[in-house]
Design a protein around this ligand. Sequence first.
Ligand SMILES: Cc1cc2nc3c(=O)[nH]c(=O)nc-3n(C[C@H](O)[C@H](O)[C@H](O)COP(=O)(O)O)c2cc1C
Length: 362
Amino acid sequence: MPLARQNAPHPQEFLTLQEIVAAARASLAPGPWSYLVGGAETETTVRRNRQALDSLAFRPRVLRDVSQIDSSGMFFGEKTRLPILLAPIGGLESFAEGGAAAAARAAAEFGIPQMLSSVCQPGLEESAAAAQTLRAFQLYVRGDDAWVDDWVRRAKDHGFHAFCLTVDVALYSRRERDLVGRFVKPWRARAAEGAGFQAALSWDQVKRFKDKHDLPLILKGIATAEDAQLAVEHGVEVVYVSNHGGRQLDHGLGTAAVLPEIISTVKGKAEVWVDGGFMRGTDVVKAVALGAGTVGIGRLACLGLAAAGVPGLVRTLELLEEEIRTCLGLLGATSWAQLTPAHLAAASPVSTPDTFSAFPLL
Ligand SMILES: Cc1cc2nc3c(=O)[nH]c(=O)nc-3n(C[C@H](O)[C@H](O)[C@H](O)COP(=O)(O)O)c2cc1C
């Protein structure tokens, strides 16, 4: 890794996201590294996430006075520094000391929301106590209705603004990097217990949730217009377009490729969020131009944490912000509302898309 330095620099010395990725690579052991970057089976979905983003080019407008740019986002009525969310990550503790609490601190310091995964250490109460930040809670269903209701109560009691069910994990996929490397996640046995409840989930549970609870509901892992339509009919507040970063169903479409059909189906009746392969400011701008309200970052956030803990993630977000603001200005936009699909055009990727095609200097 030519960009990795012998002595880790102070996080403020990272001038590019590429250096952060190189530092993370140098700091992680092979097992956690493969777990982080890998996907399901042939990893075609992982690459398609990047391919879909790399297949969009910009159509810039000029002479529009971009001396003042507002790149802030919204999260359930609250202003955030960027329209970006820390996506839920199980086992964050493998990438940084403090795990989910470290991610919460970075989110609070920078000013974006965190979605906490139910298979993360420390758990709900301790993570909530670690920092005052905007947050949502994501659950893998491992029990009956009463078990789910208890998690909702705990999330509500601890100030979570919304509840998320991840729905692209009916079965746990075959992650071949982990299998080949004989990497067994320390929390795997715990996370697998009761997996039958997740497999048995149906729209009935979504209806039950909406009838019983008043916390906004996010469905994460919607990948078709048909399911987006059902989500809207069930009164779901957020349709979160995701394929789990290509870690679940192999041979899926890239999320940026399915976003347009979902946006035109939802027609503003729910918010549409997206994740999957978002590594650069330009990627975020593309998703918002297509109509997404918030973009989740998964691996990139873990790389920031692995590079240098809380300050490493904060620096990652600062660099992402700089890229976003540069891109907005060069497109002739001073706010997200000015972006439209007319700022985009179809184009061929210039390099073979994969997780790291966003970092050509690595
Ligand atoms: C190491 C790792 C662990 C993850 N754990 C969870 C999880 O516990 N719950 C969940 O809904 N998604 C989980 N995801 C998926 C992310 O929330 C997100 O959908 C995905 O990482 C987005 O793609 P990206 O990594 O290319 O940004 C995980 C992803 C990674 C990389």
